[in-house]
Design a binder for this molecule. Structure first.
Ligand code: ATR
Length: 272
């Protein structure tokens, strides 16, 4: 029941109406009998996010595009992983001090851990903000990275940061020689409404590759569908989304929520 003790949490982004975070966090608060609500906020600028959190004593916040980087300078403290990645996706309000974390990088590697990452060759498609967190997570697990990106400079910068190989997406000759153990798409290619688009030339995909997409709209991207038809094992974009949310919930409440229950809530109500 919402009353005068109800604590406020929320996601800050712009645009934010597509976010599935309110679904999973409100479910988890109710499930664990915590008197809290989680809402979606679309402020005009990053300083307004921080003002809102401080003024309304918002206990925890998820941060999404375009505030993940620009927010950092307003925080009172940041953990070393978030600082190294250069992005914060979670705020914990600890008695008025705003602490910044990044749960994306852990979320990227957790669905892959059962398959093993150490010593594996991991190919990342894209070199934007999401790729930064994914690359950090893979490197921390001692995977060997190969970056493929359309923009050469951006791809080279990411590769340099993580001691990875880099090939431009149109370098068919070199790409055909890569036989990654794991392939992760971090680009928006294949996302609704452009669901027919493909981020990787599938001729080069072999059935032993584990293919992961961080897009969850649609849940089965063309990349995942075609990889499955080649016999590859696949990991959908909800996996990373749910793990980053579960880590946030743990940071805020100390409770590890059930990922499968959260997945069901999205599949039932998330309109994917
Ligand atoms: P995010 O921060 O969410 O990762 P982003 O910064 O827009 O989003 O990065 C998206 C990545 O997907 C970028 O690396 C982008 O490639 P460029 O660096 O060449 O811009 C990549 N990307 C976006 N649209 C693409 C497309 N149509 N084909 C190939 N790559 C694309």
């Amino acid at each position: 029941m919402i009353d005068s003790f109800t604590q406020l949490y929320g996601v800050f982004g712009n645009p934010v109406r597509h976010s599935k975070s309110p679904l999973i966090h409100n479910f988890a608060f109710q499930y664990h009998n915590i008197n809290a609500v989680y809402l979606a906020f679309e402020p005009a600028g990053v300083s307004k996010c921080i003002d809102a959190v401080r003024t309304l004593n918002i206990k925890g916040a998820s941060i999404t595009i375009p505030f993940k980087e620009s927010l950092m300078e307003y925080l009172d403290w940041m953990d070393e992983d978030a600082a190294a990645i250069g992005a914060v996706n979670t705020i914990v309000n600890k008695e008025g001090s705003l602490l910044g974390f990044n749960t994306d990088y852990k979320a990227a590697v957790e669905p892959l851990k059962p398959f093993g990452i150490t010593g594996k060759q991991v190919c990342i498609l894209g070199a934007g903000g999401a790729a930064q967190a994914v690359a950090y997570g893979i490197k921390k697990e001692k995977g060997h990275l190969v970056i493929l990106n359309r923009n050469k400079k951006k791809g080279e910068n990411l590769a340099e940061k993580y001691n990875a190989d880099f090939f431009p997406l149109d370098d068919k000759e070199n790409i055909s020689k890569i036989q990654p153990d794991i392939l992760i798409n971090t680009t928006p290619v294949g996302m609704h409404p452009n669901i027919a688009h493909l981020s990787f030339p599938l001729d080069y995909l072999n059935p032993d590759t584990i293919v992961m997409d961080i897009i969850y709209n649609p849940l089965k991207t063309r990349l995942l569908k075609e990889a499955q038809s080649k016999g590859c094992r696949t990991i959908d974009g909800l996996s990373m989304f749910l793990h980053q949310g579960a880590h946030q919930f743990r940071l805020w409440t100390g409770i590890s929520p059930d990922i499968d229950l959260m997945r069901n809530i999205i599949l039932k109500n998330g309109d994917l």
